[in-house]
Design a protein around this ligand. Sequence first.
Ligand SMILES: [Zn+2]
Length: 66
Amino acid sequence: MPNYFVNKNSLAGRGHEVHQQGCPYMPSGRDQVPLGFHDTSNTAIGSARLIYSNSCCCDHCLKTPE
Ligand SMILES: [Zn+2]
């Protein structure tokens, strides 16, 4: 079960990107908000959206749930 993080910074035109631990596009440590361990990226993005309503999936390590 992977560990997920959301970027504290909102990216222009995208929002707050959610990443799996180990993604090369992870933000630096102080910009990571931990989401904990999730079975699927859908529950991870759900948790991220409780913090940042405009959270989105990293194109590299996650698939957009819609
Ligand atoms: Zn990523």
